[in-house]
Design a protein around this ligand. Sequence first.
Ligand code: NAD
Length: 334
Amino acid sequence: MSRKKVLVCGAGGFIGGHLVKRLKEEGAWVRGVDIKEHEFSRSAADEFVIGDLTEQVIVRDVMDMPFDEVYQLAADMGGAGYIFTGENDANVMHNSATINLNVLQQALKTGSNKIFYSSSACIYPAYNQTDPDNPKCSEDSAYPAEPDSDYGWEKLFSERLYLAFGRNHGLDVKIARFHNIFGPEGTWTGGKEKAPAAICRKVAEAPDGGHIEVWGDGKQTRSFLYIDECLEGVSRLMRSDLSGPFNIGSEEMVTLNQLARMAIDISGKKIDIKNISVPHTGVRGRNSDNKLIAEKLHWQPSRSLKEGLVKTYSWIADQVKVKMDRNKEEVLAG
Ligand code: NAD
């Protein structure tokens, strides 16, 4: 039997990079595409194409054959510091929507029938996430829609786009709504990093006896899913005959201060938390609801946040050390 041919869009990113590794381990032939190289490791893909998927001509080039599976993860995105300021809304909406329009159209033309799309928990209505102890994010609660960011609105539009291509053109679409995926080899600095990485970095940089800043009052709640479990969920969805959308997230909800405390404990340092006021921290509460995925896919993530955070902290602490050593060398060299 010939090897499964797979295309991963966004292969130079955090989830895409890990997905390529997993697909290779499973024996697939993989072409990855991204606007940039993977920052932290050499891509495991058989072919890695640097290209801008907002350009139709690039999409035609990279999707020049019928792939057995396409994973569309490319998006203009970042953490709260990127998607909530309002400054990036036009780019986020235009770039991500254009990528999805281009990729779907070309999938149809080339007969790449099976296509995965990574949506987000950010599609859920703000009005269901005002109580930090009791947010509602079941799949059927997406409408009436009121995402709290244009990033979420674009994801919701694109979910509908994929479902429409499924209905009208017979594409086998699979949609997951990821909830805060984290792990090693993700953005940890520079403004696009998300809460777990930002907190691990601050803890790793802080001296023993110092403090770290946590955005907001720290009582806002979230859940975080380790990358390996995210990929297991994606794989099970792809092997099923279902389309979704399904939540792929953890139900272990914590406050941001609890997350910070966990990272501090892992570091073994004595560090205080200072909550600082910032204009945007997102909704007050968000948690995955795994009833549907458990019922339909007979699986749900089960590993603890602590387990994933230990691995992530260790990787980020190494990055911080390398950066600090480099800075010292530069100072010494004058
Ligand atoms: P990421 O930013 O690390 O990966 C996205 C990749 O898309 C980047 O490498 C980026 O360079 C690439 N990209 C952006 N514009 C492009 C373009 N025009 N052409 C080609 N490539 C382009 O993010 P991630 O965390 O790996 O997320 C992957 C997907 O999952 C995204 O669609 C994201 O919206 C979704 N998602 C992620 C999370 C999470 O917690 N990480 C949560 C919900 C949804």
